[in-house]
Ligand binder design. Structure first.
Ligand SMILES: Nc1ncnc2c1ncn2[C@@H]1O[C@H](COP(=O)(O)OP(=O)(O)OP(=O)(O)O)[C@@H](O)[C@H]1O
Length: 607
């Protein structure tokens, strides 16, 4: 639920709760007593009532996904098979913590009471970094009172999580049903807030790693009800990236950022240096996020510093060298793709999608009536992921099941029954950013959005529409890919249509002017090749204009670079299977490695 005070002209204070008195927009102008705040409003329920003129009502509005008439609301719940996770062995009770470990925690501001409440334990554990058993403190991850994972930490900062166990926020049971919560970057920070009496605290399980896929299973039950979410990440570069991703997933309007002051990089350091009252003050003083308006340099100082330190970075690449030299993508941008009918525009968009998903885990939302029905589109994506033709002869049931499972959590299809207005599509895309973390929205094609230009100047209408897409991309930190058809092209001497430019897109030169990336897909039927023209890259560090030549594989829809006239080696490997193996290996290594600075342990072990 959101509250739309503006709709009623009510100026409600931001970031407050409870009952307030404000000026009544209906009668204030006529009143003699201009100081009388005659309108009572409830900031939680949206109800309002003026004791002077009787103006009353409720400004609460349901979110799109709460409305009865929204298709996804009525749809059956997504069938996602939760993997079977390993469970750690039960832990001893907390009284097993030795005096030495208690002293160590005490030195870091954490009392025995907090350790007991958070069920922290101590014990010997086999640690890969030591190639043997070592004494560890154990941060136990409970869900609904059941132990589901444990993070082990030795005195010299070696870490490991239980291999094969579920990744979930630490202390998730703490925030069930609370109005607010704090989310930290590590267990020690979570214990620090707990120590101050803020028991509504959780920690991300894997430090500053900004992959938050594990949140999907917990958003609805544990985070949707939060009015305020305090983000307590570290102040280093990785912490900033984590903070940005958390804001994207929770929505800026309910996030507040905890700052620790000069010389402190995290909550535990602040607790040790300045004590509980001061850490509580950090929460009280945590600023809201500016959503729009005026900025000063300090609002983006950290990002500017990162640019200064590391330079402008190339964006993400699809892994075809000839194309990557010309174009690398980043979020907050609008990419426009054109080409004559049946040149393979949708195919190339899918190529980009499959490769960015495999390489970076980027999730996609498609509004793609051109590819309807959805099962046809999915079958094409399946061919791209597996490298196999979509039929029982080529694809095993095992591979089919695996790729379906993958698409279920990585690709989302916006396919309304009737409402094709751009706002309706963006509303659903916003939901998918929050709930599923999509990084790319594909609109294929532009002319299937409802034409709302009637009675308007077409150029201005298109200009506004493109601005809307760019604003959406920037506000929600996504890449928007828009496919748009060109006007009918002249034929060349071979009877083939001329290669269009972005200026040939029907309606407006703004398709060129307002694009951050402009790509033309051209199928050369005489040579049986595909020419991908990068016609515009707004920022030099992201690429340059040029052409990349490909061959198209009819069997699996994949593109292979065609360089120096040599027939490409067709890539028929199962990208998904390879990636899953790689990720399993990485997860295994991560579960056995410490993410913080690994310090060799010649110092005396504190516990
Ligand atoms: N280079 C190619 N060689 C052979 N077939 C191709 C090639 N590129 C695409 N195709 C096939 O042509 C058909 C149309 O492709 P696609 O839908 O990607 O084209 P499009 O440019 O998006 O079309 P439209 O303008 O109608 O939206 C698909 O069946 C696809 O498999």
């Amino acid at each position: 639920m959101s509250i739309n005070w503006e709709k009623y002209g009510i100026k409600a204070p931001y970031g407050r709760s409870g009952n307030r008195k404000v000026f009544c927009p209906q009668c204030h102008d006529q009143r003699h007593d201009k100081r009388d705040k005659s309108l009572s409003i409830n900031l939680e329920t949206g109800e309002f009532n003026c004791h002077y003129c009787g103006f009353s009502g409720c400004a609460a509005e349901k979110e799109p996904w709460e409305k009865e008439d929204r298709p996804w609301r009525n749809a059956a719940p997504i069938r996602r098979e939760k993997p079977v996770y390993k469970k750690p062995a039960p832990r001893q009770d907390c009284s097993s913590i030795s005096g030495k470990a208690l002293e160590w925690f005490k030195g870091r501001g954490i009392s025995e009471k907090t350790l007991t409440a958070m069920k922290v334990t101590e014990g010997l554990e086999w640690m890969p970094q030591k190639n043997g058993k070592a004494n560890t403190v154990q941060f136990n991850y409970y869900h609904n009172g059941e132990l589901v994972n444990t993070k082990f930490r030795t005195g010299d900062k070696c870490f490991k999580l239980c291999s094969g166990a579920e990744l979930l926020p630490y202390g998730i049971d703490n925030i069930k049903g609370t109005k607010e919560c704090i989310i930290t970057e590590g267990e020690m920070d979570a214990l620090s807030f707990f120590e101050c009496g803020r028991t509504d605290v959780v920690s991300v399980p894997n430090g500053a790693n900004s992959n938050l896929d594990y949140l999907d299973d917990y958003l609805e039950e544990y985070f949707d009800d939060k009015e305020t979410i305090y983000i307590a990440s570290d102040t280093d570069t990785k912490g900033v990236v984590l903070k940005e991703e958390l804001i994207r997933r929770f929505g800026a309007e309910r996030c507040r950022i905890i700052e620790y002051g000069d010389g402190c990089k995290d909550a535990n350091e602040h607790l040790q240096k300045y004590g509980r009252e001061s850490l509580l003050k950090c929460i009280a003083d945590a600023p809201e996020i500016k959503i729009e308006g005026v900025f000063t340099l300090s609002d983006f100082e950290q990002s500017l510093d990162a640019l200064f330190e590391h330079g402008l970075q190339k964006g993400v690449t699809i892994g075809h060298d000839n194309f990557d030299r010309l174009c690398s993508f980043e979020t907050k941008r609008l990419c426009i793709i054109t080409g004559v009918p049946s040149s393979g525009k949708s195919e190339f968009i899918d190529e980009i999608a499959e490769r960015l998903n495999i390489r970076y885990g980027w999730r996609f939302a498609y509004f793609s009536p051109e590819n309807a029905p959805l099962e046809y589109h999915a079958s094409k994506l399946i061919e791209k992921f597996t490298g196999k033709q979509f039929d029982k002869e080529h694809l095993t049931y095992g591979e089919y099941k695996q790729v379906k499972q993958h698409l279920e959590t990585n690709f989302f299809f916006i396919s309304p029954k009737s409402d094709f207005r751009v706002d309706a599509i963006l509303e659903r895309a916003k939901f998918l950013v929050r709930r599923k973390g999509i990084k790319v929205l594909v609109i294929d094609p532009y002319n299937r959005l409802e034409d709302e230009s009637e009675g308007k100047n077409e150029t201005k209408y298109i200009s506004r529409l493109l601005d809307k897409l760019t604003n959406f991309a920037q506000q929600h930190d996504v890449l928007v890919i828009l496919m748009a058809h060109p006007t009918k092209m002249q034929k060349n001497k071979d009877g083939e249509p001329e290669i269009p430019t972005l200026y040939d897109i029907s309606g407006s030169a703004n398709f060129y002017n307002k694009a951050d990336f402009g790509i033309v897909v051209h199928r050369n039927r005489l040579e049986n090749t595909v020419e991908i023209y990068v016609k515009k890259v707004k920022f030099r560090h992201l690429g340059e204009c040029g052409m990349a030549l490909f061959k198209y594989n009819l069997n699996n829809g994949r593109y292979s670079p065609f360089v120096n006239g040599t027939e490409p080696v067709w890539d028929n490997s199962n990208h998904l299977q390879e990636e899953i193996k790689r990720r399993e290996q990485e997860a295994f290594e991560a579960s056995q490695f410490n993410w913080d600075d690994f310090q060799p342990s010649d110092e005396e072990c504190p516990f």
